[in-house]
Design a protein around this ligand. Sequence first.
Ligand SMILES: *[C@@H]1O[C@H](CO)[C@@H](O)[C@H](O)[C@H]1NC(C)=O
Ligand SMILES: *[C@@H]1O[C@H](CO)[C@@H](O)[C@H](O)[C@H]1NC(C)=O
Ligand SMILES: *[C@@H]1O[C@H](CO)[C@@H](O)[C@H](O)[C@H]1NC(C)=O
Ligand SMILES: *[C@@H]1O[C@H](CO)[C@@H](O)[C@H](O)[C@H]1NC(C)=O
Ligand SMILES: *[C@@H]1O[C@H](CO)[C@@H](O)[C@H](O)[C@H]1NC(C)=O
Ligand SMILES: *[C@@H]1O[C@H](CO)[C@@H](O)[C@H](O)[C@H]1NC(C)=O
Ligand SMILES: *[C@@H]1O[C@H](CO)[C@@H](O)[C@H](O)[C@H]1NC(C)=O
Ligand SMILES: [Cu+2]
Length: 544
Amino acid sequence: MPSSSVLSLACLSLATLARAGRVVYDWDVTWVWAAPDGVGRPVIGINGAWPCPTIEASVGDTVVVNLHNKLGNQTTGLHFHGINQIQTEEMDGPSGVTQCPLPPDSSLTYEFLVDAPGTYWYHSHNMGQYPDGLRGPLIVHDPNDPYKGKYDEEVILTVSDWYHNESIGLVRSMLVPSNTRFAPPLPNNILVNEGAGSRINFVKGKKYRVRMINFSAFASAMVHYDSHTMKVIMNDAAYLKQEDAYQLRITAAQRYDYIIEAIDRDNGNFPFLISLDINRDWTNKTQPLRWPHNYTGYLVMDESQPLTKLDVVDEWRPADDSHFKPLDDAPMYPSYDKLIELDFKFCLDQNGYPRSCFNNLTYIPQPVPTLYTAATTGDSNTNPEIYGQVIPFVVNYGDVVQIVVNNIDGATHPFHLHGHHFQVLDRPHSGTGKWPRRDVNYRSTPPMRDTVAIMADSFAVLRFKATNPGVWLFHCHIEWHVEMGLTATIIEAPDRLRGKTFPDDHMAACQKMGIPTAGNAAGNTQNYTDTTGFITVPPTEYNG
Ligand SMILES: *[C@@H]1O[C@H](CO)[C@@H](O)[C@H](O)[C@H]1NC(C)=O
Ligand SMILES: *[C@@H]1O[C@H](CO)[C@@H](O)[C@H](O)[C@H]1NC(C)=O
Ligand SMILES: *[C@@H]1O[C@H](CO)[C@@H](O)[C@H](O)[C@H]1NC(C)=O
Ligand SMILES: *[C@@H]1O[C@H](CO)[C@@H](O)[C@H](O)[C@H]1NC(C)=O
Ligand SMILES: *[C@@H]1O[C@H](CO)[C@@H](O)[C@H](O)[C@H]1NC(C)=O
Ligand SMILES: *[C@@H]1O[C@H](CO)[C@@H](O)[C@H](O)[C@H]1NC(C)=O
Ligand SMILES: *[C@@H]1O[C@H](CO)[C@@H](O)[C@H](O)[C@H]1NC(C)=O
Ligand SMILES: [Cu+2]
């Protein structure tokens, strides 16, 4: 068959040309005092320093992170956002899902293949911990970059909101019955490259690939460059057909790679503006819009000239990323085998505490990490009942899965899927209402992403193929909404997870935490449908 000979040729060239290597990091997670915007506070750093380092590798490499928790007073863990963890589902990192929280004075090794090029990031997926600083870029270089030659240099530009308080206190203040408006904590500031003043030195005539990453816990950012167009080539580590954008909106956890050309006629220094979007719906002009946190950076071509010009944007009208096209013209999966329909709205729990609900249920972490339940319950692992209230959906190997999210809230929310890039078939404007339960007007070559902004009172239709056995979260990437329970769990190809075993250091972390590693959600190993010990009411005390 021609296709199989093409495949073996491709494997051969990978094996002989790529010379896959190992990239090893030894990291102590430590408290560090830092003042990125002038206000000092304890932040979580690595090896006694903050900002956290960048992981850099090439396609085909194995990345190894030896993580030592030296925080003393908090558990931790890492997730590698956008890395699909093919055949290493236990390395995905969310606590309570693919591992136990890593207790103080314990170590854990993450080891995984970086199979696809692009701009990624890593962050703690344990408690509301990444807004406290434990996050950094993860760059996978592409020796066969289709845009090779189109740029001369690379620049990483991270953007995030920033809080002067530690996350645990912020979450405790949010999760109280008096918060009847479900208000998240509002940021104190905006950081760019983890500081309040960075600039990009540009050399006239050169072209720069900017890798923009949003580390935000809450806010999205708008970006615009004075006199320069962003030539977008990638979103969320998926190549796009190059497209010009005058403005972009990057929600929490999204990434854009774009080229900025410092053309020969450029003289002087050009400002660019990044504005935090804390509005509920930036498209809704009937609501007063607020832009309290701006950052002006500069493309600096001439050090001798002043950095004083401001970039003024009268109205934010960012490019519609749901219309970007994949570089390879990959067509939409024409149909689906499994439909997961999720109605999202805020809700109150049995104690009147503010939560987020999918289909009237909020995610409640269970004693046993969900992946361990899937691995240890034999044939019963296809029964969603045994996983407890983690909003589980079982999908079969090879299924094309369609996820529909109805956002029944008046604000925009960015949703992220672990373990997959998905096609964005439709993502209509605010106020469209619920999915009409008809598959019409979809893009024939939809963009692939791992995080999609879903507009206010509207919906999104996503598809992916279930060829990556594992337990994968689907959640809002506003960290405060995760803490409110805005998460569902995809149990993918459970028949292929039966009997799976886990590294000793993963098991040791559980043992030290006193967490069972086998059986149903409550660790019952005799009768998997016995729900004794399942957690059915969210705890009223938040301890991270
Ligand atoms: C842990 O220690 C750090 C650094 O001293 C402190 O800022 C933080 O509040 C402590 N966290 C907890 C949960 O006790
Ligand atoms: C933030 O920290 C300040 C100073 O310690 C404190 O007064 C305030 O109550 C904290 N805010 C929240 C929401 O925890
Ligand atoms: C990052 O994402 C958050 C959450 O969606 C958003 O509010 C913020 O504006 C984004 N920041 C940038 C610079 O895009
Ligand atoms: C931030 O920039 C926006 C867009 O240019 C502007 O409308 C807003 O007033 C600015 N905010 C502040 C606090 O300067
Ligand atoms: C959620 O609850 C509402 C009101 O009780 C009900 O109308 C709706 O059908 C429920 N939705 C689901 C998916 O169960
Ligand atoms: C815009 O906001 C107003 C006020 O909150 C709301 O009534 C209206 O439905 C919104 N429009 C759209 C298109 O979402
Ligand atoms: C297992 O537990 C369920 C729920 O408590 C019960 O209905 C069932 O009879 C039990 N099965 C066995 C074999 O004990
Ligand atoms: Cu959200």
